[in-house]
Design a protein around this ligand. Structure first.
Ligand SMILES: Cc1cc2nc3c(=O)[nH]c(=O)nc-3n(C[C@H](O)[C@H](O)[C@H](O)COP(=O)(O)O)c2cc1C
Length: 328
């Protein structure tokens, strides 16, 4: 997710779940081929499994970028056919590519030919503009599958290419999960991952009855602690949520160590910390904790010092709440 799932964010999310696959922000082929490759591609080894998402449409460029993805050590390379922004449309990629399945098929084939051991996957919508028929998305998936793509991440709403902002395009066109379920039924050999509007673990579990995977975007970003239960619930492995509040403290400790590393490398910790402000959401004192970390006056202090103040503020509220509960 642009501006959100940078390498700091992914490192933080990896502290919460070891098994869930993480995705980069979309990087355009132009930025990769003509820009600062290490800036766009470097990631921490802890982030695996991690997928690089590309924005582009020119098969030769996509192939060159897929090769880079593999060389850099990514576990998957994904092509964005779902972004509706005007800037992306001007570049003739993103969601408008759904109108050109032949071009996407050529791009996917070129990417597959360029890599030897990582999968090439596609993220797309169920339709564009007012095209509501299931046949449209079925034909799109069928055509791209013929080119060798085996994994489809389907944002279960249309992209309206005119008149809506990207934000509105994540909210206004209605969600139609049943179309994604039908894709799985008609293409049982493909891996179909459902995306869009999923909030609770119960909703994830419900969708997993119909599809192979669920991608969670905004909810995971805003309520990160929810991910701490996923390794246990969805992968049968242990995860930090099992340890209760102690687990959250351990995640916080590991995160502060990461912030300290950033500072040692000359980067301000606040750039990374903005992704973790929701860590204590849902617990007593979360708002005070977030306020301390967001306080501009503290930005020059070492992370461990700010942590001390933030924890004191949080625990002060927690103690107050506990006292209130006893009095009641
Ligand atoms: C800030 C932001 C940036 C996003 N950037 C991307 C992106 O780079 N590539 C992409 O495929 N989707 C992007 N999306 C869309 C999400 O991946 C996802 O498809 C959408 O938010 C619906 O899922 P959700 O309801 O779980 O958030 C972005 C969403 C947000 C909120």
């Amino acid at each position: 997710m642009l501006d959100w799932t940078d390498r700091h964010c992914r490192f933080f999310h990896r502290l919460l779940t070891k098994q869930t696959r993480l995705y980069t922000e979309m990087v355009t082929t132009g930025a990769l081929l003509h820009g600062d490759q290490p800036r766009h591609l470097d990631f921490n080894p802890e982030e695996h499994p991690v997928a690089l998402q590309l924005g582009g449409s020119e098969p030769a460029d996509l192939a060159a970028c897929a090769r880079l993805a593999e060389r850099w050590g990514y576990d998957e390379v994904n092509l964005n056919c779902g972004c509706p922004s005007e800037r992306v449309q001007r570049g003739a990629f993103g969601a408008c590519l759904m109108a050109e399945p032949g071009l996407v098929a050529d791009g996917v084939k070129a990417m597959r030919d360029a890599v030897s051991h990582i999968p090439v996957t596609v993220k797309h919508r169920i339709g564009i503009d007012r095209i509501e028929s299931y046949d449209f998305v079925r034909d799109f998936v069928g055509r791209i599958a013929e080119a060798g793509c085996e994994v489809f991440i389907v944002h279960a709403r249309n992209a309206w290419l005119q008149g809506l902002s990207p934000k509105e395009n994540r909210e206004v066109p209605p969600l139609r999960y049943e179309l994604v379920h039908r894709l799985k039924r008609e293409f049982p050999a493909l891996t179909i991952v459902l995306n869009g509007g999923i909030k609770t673990d119960a909703e994830i579990a419900e969708q997993l009855q119909y599809v192979d995977g669920v991608m969670v975007g905004r909810q995971a970003y805003h309520e990160p602690w929810q991910m701490a239960a996923w390794d246990e619930r969805f992968f049968g492995r242990s995860g930090p949520a099992e340890l209760g509040p102690g687990g959250r403290e351990q995640v916080e400790e590991a995160w502060i160590a990461y912030l300290q590393q950033q500072v040692a490398q000359g980067r301000p910790w606040s750039q990374a910390m903005r992704h973790a402000l929701g860590l204590w959401n849902g617990a007593a004192g979360a708002r005070r904790w977030r306020q301390v970390w967001s306080d501009h006056h503290l930005k020059g202090l070492p992370p461990a010092v700010v942590q001390g103040q933030a924890s004191a503020a949080r625990l002060g509220v927690a103690a107050h709440v506990a006292q209130g509960a006893r009095a009641a």
